[in-house]
Design a binder for this molecule. Sequence first.
Ligand code: ARG
Length: 464
Amino acid sequence: MKLWAGRFSKEADHRVNDFNSSIRFDSRMYKQDIKGSLAHAKMLSAAGIISSEDAEKICDGLKGILSDLEKGILGFDFDAEDIHMFVEEELTKRIGEAGKRLHTARSRNDQVALDIRLYLKDEGYEIIKLLDDLLKVLCDMACANLETVMPGYTHLQRAQPVTFAHHLMAYAQMFMRDVGRIKDALSRMDLCPLGACALAGTTYPTDRALTAELLGFAGPTANSLDSVSDRDFCIELCSAISVIMMHLSRFSEEIIAWCSWEFKFIELDDSFSTGSSIMPQKKNPDVAELVRGKTARVYGDLMNLLSMMKSLPLAYNKDMQEDKEAIFDAVDTVKLCLATFTPMLSTCRVMKENMRAAAAKGFINATDCADYLTKKGVPFRDAYKITGELVAYCIAKGLTLEKLPIEEYRKACPEFENDIYEKISLETCVCERRSTGGPAPTEVKKQIGSVREFLNREDENEKA
Ligand code: ARG
């Protein structure tokens, strides 16, 4: 019998039951559901809406359910409509009358809005921890590669020399912003919807500030209609997660390229690579490829949530039950990806010589050659043209700028002197790029320092 069966003369068709039920996916919020009910019962008794004896029975009953679920003594009833109904029915089975009083001045509409928020708050901090782990690995790897020269690319064409440390620190910036976006979403999520009831609040003298406080929120939500129909917080978190996945997918794409024979800039550890069932020589970067692939499914989750909410009238609509599978999938996926990506990265072997060799080809010091002339008073456009012609000459003769004889330089422009070779050496090109944020080791050290400072931050909420 459904708890709402009073109004009905027939049982729901079994197909409707299955179709309607959400317990298969909302049972994972059992802890949050029970936590919410404990706070609600305490508030009801503090406000004199139920007796303290009833509140005590309810709380003991709920704690018993929680511990039995955790011990595996109690299993979910998958015929139940949802986790909220399941807990309430189980409570009433256990404690009788008092159990039936728990749902006073509450609805599943505010209850589910609360449970998801509580669940996502915890998950949000987990994601931040995983991002911090990745940032730490990036700092350690950067420290070990401050002088590892590699080609920097634009259009995937060798462009100017950078270092591997500089490249890694670019990702560190992205992941730090990601932490910021998650925190930002969490801070807006930090209001308690419980007590909004079905949509229009209640005539009982409830104390929503107390419930909010008991549950660790900054305060109660401001409008009851909004409280039960807002799913912005899922969309916002999913959008922040999508950006993380986008960053991971770019990084993965580079790792996949770097592992290829064409680049061979890194080699993944055997324990983070996979083989082919037919080609014995293969060592594949499956982890990075899967992270890249899973990015698509997280974008799908975001699109799912946005489309589901589009045009929904106020307040609660059953469509909104679809929110959970999407946001849970996004959260699970990003956590899984981060937890696998980070150790894959930290165990990879950096092939410094190959990076250096790639940087030596491709004329990535041509800008420095032109700058050399400019610093001697040649207008940049002329210097650019002269250098372009020298590059063309080198390509035709199979030379590099480092190997081009000084006579050839001087033929092109008499301003060239013997110090040109030192000025266009890759080490000079990197070390001289000391502009703020540039690849010079001195600059990259500062970047690492600021990431480490970020990692040492003290945040009360995060530690909670
Ligand atoms: N299982 C529902 C959900 O996930 C809970 C809220 C149901 N409320 C209702 N009035 N049917 O959205």
